[in-house]
Write a protein that binds this ligand. Structure first.
Ligand code: URA
Length: 236
């Protein structure tokens, strides 16, 4: 594939921008400077640098962010900066999207991808993708609240009660709550309906992915589709 097309596919801008970048000697390929936009390379696994920053060619990109509070899961945020501000600019250039959304004040595991089929499958109710939240409560959780969350609570605009598939009390005021749907403010509304209130919310896992303990808030890492995501779509 031509170098100009490689850069375009990886989010470095328009044809014109990528051509100018290459001509300005900002690009190396496998350690060798290249100022020819039409030079041909095998794209799979290609290592290149742009302005000294190292990249690897990825046909589809998947990454995991440890979302901090104070960021909106939107390209056009209204009250707070966008989560995309935490990723390098080429991520937006190549059309990365959030895989589901977290509220502005929710922290934890958030996936991004530009693989439309993957995003669609992750959202499909068919897969009942489990999402585990660490919920810090305002009031100590009693047995009745834990029982209500697993047997089902009625929310105002839902036709039927919603139930957590698991609810583990790990401290007086801390629950590990597992949901398989992803409705608007679902955790906060379910906890409210059970008679308590969410003080802090962190997503700790999604499907087979768990928030890595060594990934600080605000930091992200690449995922490998084969290694990290292949187990996501198993029949449950
Ligand atoms: N449920 C909520 O209430 N908020 C989130 O961010 C995610 C799930």
């Amino acid at each position: 594939m031509e170098l100009e097309r490689i850069l375009r596919s990886q989010g470095f801008g328009s044809k014109k921008t990528c051509r100018a970048l290459i001509r300005s000697e900002a690009v190396t390929v496998e350690g060798v400077p290249c100022d020819d936009p039409f030079a041909e390379f095998t794209s799979a696994g290609l290592n290149f640098t742009v302005d000294g920053e190292a990249w690897q060619y990825r046909e589809k990109a998947y990454l995991l962010l440890n979302k901090p509070a104070g960021y909106e899961c939107s390209n056009q945020p209204i009250h707070h900066p966008s989560v995309f501000a935490l990723l390098p600019p080429p991520m937006q250039g190549r059309g990365m999207q959030c895989v589901g959304r977290l509220d502005e004040d929710t922290t934890g595991l958030l996936l991004f991808s530009d693989d439309g089929q993957f995003i669609h499958r992750m959202a499909s109710p068919k897969w009942k993708m489990p999402k585990v939240y660490r919920v810090t409560l305002k009031h100590p959780a009693d047995d009745a609240q834990v029982a209500a969350l697993t047997s089902g609570v009625q929310l105002h605009d839902e036709p039927a009660p919603l139930a957590a598939v698991a609810c583990e009390r790990i401290d007086e005021r801390v629950l590990l709550l597992t949901l398989t749907e992803g409705k608007y403010h679902q955790v906060k509304r379910m906890i409210g309906a059970a008679g308590n209130r969410v003080e802090a919310l962190q997503r700790v896992s999604l499907g087979t992915m768990t928030l890595p303990a060594d990934l600080p808030e605000g930091a992200w890492r690449w995922l490998d589709a084969e290694r990290d995501l292949a187990g996501m779509f198993v029949a449950r």
